[in-house]
Design a protein around this ligand. Structure first.
Ligand code: HEC
Length: 125
């Protein structure tokens, strides 16, 4: 039998609480690091964007006005509704008929995260 089981229940609970607290404190930054801003280099992404994306999405990512089907990357409210996974999927696989090309075979994973990191900055403060 381990020492753990011989500890009084109150102490065991206190220890468990600490573990849970530590996890609650340290996990969010770990999860956040999966996000585009953390995974990609926005500066390098700007180069990719200006070369491959700006022609359709506009130099500032705001598409072509209200009636366009282009998303407005400069609209923070809109961008907050889009997860990195959704953006990465659309970027990689394209719009399948919408006009958005599939970049999965054109750009590396790294370049796609960079350009998404850059797109995230377009609605930034
Ligand atoms: C030929 C025009 C064209 C080019 C070039 C283009 N896009 Fe798009 N893109 C579109 C259109 C149209 C849409 C909207 C329709 C859709 O979501 O499928 C779109 C949608 C997207 C979306 C989805 C946004 C959302 O909220 O779902 C992302 C992300 C995106 N583009 C990123 C890029 C990036 C990054 C590049 C450059 C590597 C790029 N696009 C190049 C036309 C283009």
């Amino acid at each position: 039998m381990g020492k753990w089981l011989r500890l009084p229940a109150v102490l065991r609970r206190a220890l468990l609480l600490r573990v849970v607290l530590a996890l609650a404190l340290f996990l969010p930054p770990l999860i956040r690091s999966g996000h585009a801003e953390a995974r990609g280099d926005a500066k390098a992404g700007k180069v990719v964007y200006d070369k491959n994306c700006a022609a359709c999405h506009g130099p500032k990512g705001s598409g072509l006005g209200a009636r366009s089907i282009l998303p407005n990357f400069a609209d923070a409210k809109y961008m907050a509704t889009r997860t990195d996974a959704e953006l990465f999927d659309k970027l990689s696989n394209g719009g399948k008929g919408t006009g958005m090309p599939a970049w999965g075979k054109v750009l590396t994973d790294h370049e796609r995260w960079n350009v998404l990191a850059y797109i995230r900055t377009l609605s930034g403060p």
